[in-house]
Design a protein around this ligand. Structure first.
Ligand SMILES: [Zn+2]
Length: 379
């Protein structure tokens, strides 16, 4: 089953975790043996070969750099300009992956269709069609079918937390570089919105940012917005909205997740919500660095609970997708115990079917809903 993962921090891992994501996962883990500077050292679950092995051929990949004022509770760059430079470095890594044929940037409808053809995804989303093994598929005029091991991973560039947008002109420049989605907030108070574990208004700068995003047809990523900023962003933005990696507060009570009311708002906006595999967001009372997957018995199947909750609110399965966040600063120590690498997503369709989801619904959740969203946003 082809997958679209709506949230990965690939370049952050490449540059700040110093991971060569073109290498096999066992090699990346091995090279981190003895390192203790990050909690997930030696336990990473994401690299390009594992994405290919799991048939995860399209991802939303971030640029991410926080600006921390002296009063900010989290670490970050000391100035917006430094944060901007960091995101430009991250872009340079994506460009290097493009040069190497490892990745390809998806920036418009034509690029999307061409990429889906390369990965042999049925053209009509929602249509149930058996997929022949890739090597047997003729790709028409473009010819040369490439083996699984060398197909480029498509990526839609997204900005997680907009602090690095020094002035609005930087947003237009980013858009020219291929940026297609922006989450104004991350953790704590940001320049343009308040994020997780904080509370406040988007203010004048947030409203200006949203207006400029509308003009540039950028997707608003509602993930990480605090409740007040979420409310104001929904009121102040008329363009396309998605939530790349968020779960349900009804199942995991924490401000990081969406209330049922917020989920309904997103559904009315035709949003698609990506389900993450970060353990503390999947079940209540997880203590980061203390709780273990084994102690809680957390398994991939828990993801289906959150997906199902959203489907029950919507009355259909058209608003759910995948946004694993599996490289978001954690590894096997903080994800379901039956997930060794991101390729284990391939077991999700079976779990969904066992819970009564139809083949069409499963396809929609795996990739079709986000693809439909992109087609509509870029029409
Ligand atoms: Zn995040």
């Amino acid at each position: 089953m082809f997958f679209l993962d709506a949230h990965l921090d690939l370049s952050m891992n490449a540059l700040e975790w110093n991971r060569d994501l073109t290498r096999p996962i066992h090699e990346i883990r091995e090279r981190e043996r003895g390192q203790t500077d990050k909690p997930d050292r030696g336990r990473g679950t994401v690299c390009l070969p594992e994405l290919r092995r799991g048939d995860i051929g399209l991802v939303v990949a971030t640029q991410i750099a926080r600006y921390s004022k002296p009063s900010h509770p989290m670490p970050g760059w000391r100035s917006p300009v430094q944060a901007w430079a960091m995101t430009q470095g991250q872009l340079a890594w994506y460009r290097a992956m493009e040069d190497a044929g490892e990745m390809v940037q998806i920036r418009n409808r034509a690029g999307l269709e061409k990429h889906l053809e390369l990965w042999a995804v049925p053209r009509e989303v929602g249509r149930v069609a058996p997929r022949a093994p890739f090597d047997e598929i003729q790709l028409g005029a473009r010819g040369a079918a490439r083996p699984t091991s060398s197909r480029p991973i498509g990526y839609v560039l997204s900005l997680e937390g907009a602090d690095s947008i020094v002035m609005l002109a930087h947003l237009e420049r980013s858009c020219e570089q291929g940026l297609r989605a922006v989450g104004p907030a991350h953790y704590g108070p940001g320049t343009y919105a308040f994020g997780t574990d904080s509370e406040g208004s988007i203010g004048a700068r947030g409203r200006e940012l949203l207006k400029e995003m509308e003009r540039l047809n950028l997707i608003l990523d509602a993930t990480h917005l605090c409740d007040q900023s979420f409310r104001e962003a929904m009121d102040g933005f008329q363009g396309p909205v998605w939530a790349s990696h968020s779960n349900c507060r009804a199942l995991t009570p924490h401000n990081r997740q969406f209330t049922d009311e917020q989920i309904m708002e997103l559904i009315h906006r035709n949003a698609v919500i990506g389900a993450p595999l970060d353990a503390w967001m999947m079940i209540p009372n997880w203590e980061r660095g203390k709780t273990t997957p084994e102690a809680t018995g957390l398994k991939l199947d828990k993801m289906v609970d959150h997906i199902d909750h959203i489907c029950q609110l919507a009355g259909n399965a058209r608003h759910c997708g995948i946004g694993t966040d599996l490289d978001g600063g954690f590894g096997r120590e903080q994800c379901p115990m039956d997930v060794d690498t991101i390729a284990d997503l391939e077991r999700l369709p079976t779990l969904l079917k066992a819970r009564g989801f139809s083949p069409d619904d499963v396809e929609g959740i795996a990739h079709g809903n986000f693809i439909r969203f992109l087609r509509s946003a870029w029409r």
